[in-house]
Design a protein around this ligand. Structure first.
Ligand SMILES: Nc1nc2c(ncn2[C@@H]2O[C@H](COP(=O)(O)OP(=O)(O)OP(=O)(O)O)[C@@H](O)[C@H]2O)c(=O)[nH]1
Length: 381
């Protein structure tokens, strides 16, 4: 992430950036803010340090701010929000699965959604829906109501039998105008009912808002709230998927378990909030340095899991050794001074070790050796 400090006059146009704005105390920012908004429609505008006052927030939002962070918001909370925004800017395109027996309807819907950059896959046979859900991992389903052999409500009910798809938004898109039938369809597992012929602008608006909420919900389910990294359960499931891909593509994969050294002493000496901040700062260092395709999770209290698909044990070792040195060099401010910390790390790699459980166990054993060997070191299985 690049950070620049600029005055209102020097702010660039047409960028996809995150702007942190100090709106000051007067009201002369309103015009400048509105202009910035017009010139940078794809950017995120954040007003910092505002008094939590209705009229001020209303004006900031009215003139183009996406978020207002009140004065009392802590610095770590601000950084966490910014990192989350940066993540959401890097997200994949929205994916919509269309189930409709008419190929003409497919073409119309796909064209309308493609205009907003939404990826689509279309099925004429509803019996293939479970395979398509697994392969395509859509963010939303658009379901026709009347199809040969099965209706849309039955498809929705079958999908809802699978816990992993319980929260996937289902929108009916059908010529059915009977209100009682529409209500019944919603009761049995749908989230919204749109009628054909559809308005493309309205369809896109519904699809976008449903997917935004769905992705936000998934983010909070899959990520750890302190650091924003994957949580314990989702680290393991993402590692399973990455391992499967590496197996198919005959690539190596390296797993590292990291644990901050003598962390109990940090809490005891400086207090729990400082301990939390140390956990965040290691999380952010790791996040800044790994690739988008790597898997990074908070595995336990002060323990992290990092998996590097495509990296051999020696390549992974080089990455972790550098990270170890860089973390150990950080000066963590406290009072008028600072303190330094280190982490220990254990590593193991596929294909020498083939299952997820064995990889984590082997990396954990190596981590234990690193601790026993004096800490602040990386050991390989
Ligand atoms: N501040 C803070 N502390 C945590 C969190 N999760 C776990 N801890 C603390 O982390 C400490 C871990 O201590 P230990 O497992 O004994 O190990 P250690 O002191 O790090 O020593 P070594 O791992 O042997 O180097 C415990 O005191 C936990 O209470 C958290 O979310 N925030």
């Amino acid at each position: 992430m690049q950070v620049q400090r600029l005055g209102w006059q020097a702010l660039p146009d047409g960028s996809r950036a995150i702007f942190l704005l100090d709106l000051g105390s007067g009201s002369d920012w309103q015009q400048a803010l509105a202009q910035l908004r017009r010139r940078n429609p794809a950017s995120q505008l954040i007003a910092l340090g505002l008094d939590s006052e209705f009229a001020l927030m209303r004006d900031a939002l009215r003139h183009g701010c996406d978020h207002c962070f009140p004065r009392q918001m802590s610095h770590p909370a601000i950084v966490a929000h910014i990192l989350e925004l940066q993540d959401s800017q890097q997200e994949d395109a929205y994916r919509v699965l269309i189930v409709d027996d008419s190929v003409t309807a497919h073409a119309l819907i796909r064209r309308a959604l493609a205009e907003q950059g939404v990826e689509t896959r279309a099925l004429t046979d509803p019996a293939q829906v479970l395979d398509a859900l697994r392969d395509f991992q859509p963010d939303l389903l658009l379901l026709d109501m009347y199809m040969p052999g099965c209706n849309g409500v039955e498809v929705a009910r079958i999908i809802r039998q699978h816990p992993e798809y319980l929260s996937t938004p289902i929108v009916y898109l059908s010529g059915e105008t009977d209100l009682a039938l529409q209500v019944e369809a919603l009761r049995l597992g749908g989230d919204h009912f749109l009628t054909k012929p559809f308005n493309p602008v309205f369809l896109n608006a519904i699809v976008k808002s449903k997917i935004e909420r769905y992705r936000a919900l998934r983010r909070s389910m899959l990520h750890d709230s302190l650091t924003g990294l994957l949580n314990h359960t989702s680290s393991k499931s993402q590692l399973d998927m990455a391992l499967e891909q590496c197996r198919q593509q005959q690539k190596p994969l390296c797993v590292a378990m990291l644990d901050i050294d003598h962390f109990k002493q940090v809490n005891d000496r400086y207090g729990h909030p400082v301990g939390d901040q140390i956990i965040r700062s290691l999380a952010w260092l790791l996040k800044k340095r790994v690739r988008h395709s790597d898997i990074l999770g908070r595995y336990g209290g002060e323990e992290f899991l990092l998996a590097l698909p495509g990296a051999s044990l020696s390549q992974g070792f080089a990455v972790l050794e550098l990270l170890r040195q860089d973390f150990a060099a950080i000066h963590h401010p406290y009072g008028d001074g600072y303190f330094q910390l280190s982490f220990s790390c254990g590593m193991a790699a596929f294909p020498a070790i083939s299952s997820r459980e064995d990889l984590i166990q082997a990396a954990d054993d190596a981590l234990y050796r690193a601790k026993r060997g004096g800490r602040n070191r990386v050991e390989c299985a």
